[in-house]
Design a protein around this ligand. Structure first.
Ligand code: IVH
Length: 692
């Protein structure tokens, strides 16, 4: 047997990795664990380093992004990227069908109905199967060349199986709703102005000049049209979509309709299910299925839009209510956030009584006053937000909101940092900040100190027992047992008690041995989420090493040529070094030493051997903890979490009042359904990932 040459091995690894990327990102049915995948990837990286002559633009290693660009080049779209004419009613759609039949002879016409994805339109150009360019829509004639940014999106194949000279495809880039929620939370904690909705977040991400930053945003794509095609043709739109799937793209789930009546019911069905999709959907798109009719006499396109397709816009869901008050919350990093206290009202399946107003600029921009009647909507389908003020209903008794000149909790000064919109309380010992830091420290993704939630954290800080999370390690059982808290429902004072105190103390002791990445996250370093914490833990052995990290210093010093062994990006590297260089960070480091806390270094393959390894979960209904937390637990145990039920789904984890589209799909596919208790059993030793 002869060994493969480096070129052969490189080709083999690229093919394997592309295959596993597709299974993981596009089809949500991975066949190998993270550790095995990482091994393939590292082998390819090292072969490419040793043989620079083998470099190729379609190598999976090209997805990590490169040095920042000064500006984007321009790209001319031929043919132009058109828009769609909008319809708003049944009658508009019947008129559309009538118009087409008048021009095409009076035979029933077949259509395709798809979700209208509220993202950012873009185009992809493949020559002889190789991705050579990606561009934004721009004004439809000319857009920006965003090839390097788009390469980082894992659901875009870098090569497709075709010899066709030119295949230009079009679709939408979007940020999934859950990822949007996480991004906004990070932006708020960092004192930045958060994106208003997932579309802005996707557009803002694609406009980043540094593709390495884009690689950190979990952007996704759906492809739904072809531009110029040379060397291939499709008889129907459905056939085009099927080919896109075969090439490994994600496409919108479509319904083929033999009549316009079927179109109407397909749209009605989509509208009722619109919140079940992982992306924001603002309507449906109806396209003539027979592509040979697109250029028929009387059809074709106007200057702006094709005559063979229509968009049907859904009415945005919103509710009217009254703004009773604006309170101000102080977060973990001291950021002051105005919060709207609303007359409770039902909206898209839940009762809303509070909405974040983000920052004072936002309140001023929308001219929101206490006492106003307002329209509320859900940004990105998830975050309640005041959309606009109903000014006609003003009585003159409303009053303008002013941000407090001092912290509402500790009464210390507030300040605005350069380049930030947020005001921050400047007192690091502010009880609100301390309590929020403590709650974060104990949270599930951090050190998982069960029993130490927001109420206990507040009480510990108010009682003066804890000023800093590390004070927890000096708490006595007696002091903790005697802790008095206010019950949020009744306002009654209750004692924590000896049993609860013992449980919490046990969890605190257990926290000492939690892995390094969780500890890094737990410290609440501004801008450091779980992803960066994991990256930082992967290339450092201890807090002392991290605090004075040469690797991170190199990343900061030479951002264009960061050390290959350090996955931490510029911004994050800077944040970590700044934290440990400051007073608080230095003190934290010294106390960790004193307390003898040396977290075990995370074995990168920990989750690969977890009890849920190879299992894919879909979550639905109301769970006892947030979906994000539940997903993190599943991932930590080696499982995967997907957004939609498919044949590949191993289990539907159904919480209370489950019964939506995922539930129905699971019944249809006979996907096993489990409860949270069942899931808990799967974690137990010996269960090997099986429910009881
Ligand atoms: S087809 C020539 N299909 O909606 C027609 N567009 O309001 C090309 N959009 O510019 C567009 N989902 O950015 C098509 N399933 C879908 C879509 C979709 C979203 C966007 C697209 C278009 C805009 C028109």
């Amino acid at each position: 047997m002869t060994l493969p040459s480096p070129a052969e091995r490189v080709a083999f690894l690229r093919c394997k990795i592309a295959h596993h990327d597709r299974l993981y990102y596009v089809e949500a049915r991975p066949e190998i664990g993270d550790a095995d995948y990482d091994a393939l990837y590292r082998e390819l990286e090292s072969l490419e380093r040793a043989h620079p002559e083998l470099a190729a633009p379609d190598s999976p290693t090209q997805r990590v992004g490169g040095a920042p660009l000064a500006a984007f080049a321009e790209v001319r779209h031929v043919p132009p990227m058109l828009s769609l004419d909008k319809t708003h009613s049944r009658d508009d759609l019947l008129d559309f069908d009538h118009f087409l039949r008048k021009n095409l002879g009076d035979t029933p016409l077949a259509y395709v109905v798809e979700p209208k994805v509220d993202g950012v339109a873009f185009s992809l150009l493949y020559e002889c199967g190789l991705l050579i360019r990606a561009a934004t829509r721009g004004n439809g004639e000319v857009g920006d060349d965003i090839t390097r940014n788009v390469r980082t999106i894992r659901t875009i194949p870098l090569r497709i199986a075709t010899d066709a000279a030119r295949v230009e495809l079009r679709g939408e880039v979007f940020l999934p709703k859950e990822a949007f929620l996480r991004l906004v939370q990070q932006q708020e904690a960092a004192g930045e102005a958060p994106f208003a909705n997932p579309r802005n977040a996707a557009a803002g991400s694609l406009k980043l000049l540094d593709s390495r930053e884009v690689a950190q945003r979990p952007l996704d794509t759906l492809l739904y049209a072809a531009g110029a095609l040379e060397g291939m043709a499709f008889a129907t739109h459905a056939a085009l979509l099927d080919q896109l799937v075969a090439w490994g793209f994600r496409t919108p789930a479509y319904t083929r309709c033999a009549t316009i009546d079927a179109v109407l019911s397909a749209i009605a069905k989509l509208e009722t299910r619109r919140h079940d999709f992982p992306f924001e959907m603002d309507g449906a798109v109806v396209k003539l299925d027979d592509r040979s009719l697109y250029k028929a006499p009387g059809i074709g396109t106007t200057a702006k839009s094709p005559r063979w397709a229509r968009a049907f816009k859904f009415v945005p869901e919103r509710a009217e209510t009254v703004l009773r008050d604006i309170t101000v919350q102080v977060g973990r990093t001291g950021v002051l956030t105005p919060v709207a206290e609303l007359e409770p009202v039902r909206l898209a399946g839940s009762v809303i009584s509070r909405a974040t107003l983000h920052n004072a600029d936002e309140v001023a921009r929308k001219d929101i006053r206490v006492g106003d009647h307002v329209w509320i909507a859900k940004a990105g389908d998830v975050i309640p937000a005041i959309e606009s003020v109903i000014t006609e209903k003003r009585t003159g008794n409303e009053h303008a909101f002013v941000m407090p000149a001092a912290c509402p909790v500790c009464k210390c000064g507030v300040a605005r940092r350069e380049d930030e919109v947020a005001l921050r309380c400047v007192n690091p010992f502010c009880p609100a900040q301390c309590a929020a830091r403590l709650e974060h420290f104990a949270s599930r993704n951090a050190l998982e100190i069960e029993g130490l939630g927001g109420v206990v954290a507040d009480a510990l800080v108010s009682a003066g027992l804890v000023h800093d999370p590390l004070d927890l390690f000096a708490l006595s059982a007696d002091a903790l047992a005697g802790l008095v808290m206010r019950q949020s429902s009744t306002g009654r004072a209750v004692q924590l008690g000896a049993r609860n105190a013992a449980k919490i103390l046990q969890a605190i002791e257990k926290a000492r041995a939690k892995p390094f990445d969780r500890w890094i996250f737990a410290l609440g370093i501004p801008r450091i989420g779980t992803t960066v914490a994991t990256q930082a833990a992967a290339c450092h052995q201890s807090f002392a090493e991290l605090a004075h990290s040469e690797l991170l210093q190199q990343v900061v010093a030479t951002p264009d040529a960061p050390p290959a062994t350090c996955p931490v990006k510029l911004e994050a590297a800077r944040a970590i070094l700044e934290f440990f260089a400051g007073d608080y960070g230095r003190r934290t480091l010294a106390r960790l030493e004193e307390l003898g806390i040396r977290p075990p270094v995370t074995p990168s393959a920990a989750s690969a051997d977890g009890p849920l390894r190879g299992k894919i979960f879909v979550l639905t209904g109301t769970l006892s903890i947030s979906r994000e937390e539940m997903s993190a637990r599943i991932r930590q145990a080696g499982g995967k979490v997907a957004d939609a039920v498919t044949k590949a789904t191993s289990f539907l984890l159904a919480g209370e009042d489950a019964g939506g589209a995922k539930f129905r799909k699971a019944q249809e596919l006979k996907t096993p359904q489990i409860t949270e208790q069942d899931l808990a059993r799967m974690f137990e030793p010996g269960a090997e990932g099986r429910p009881a």
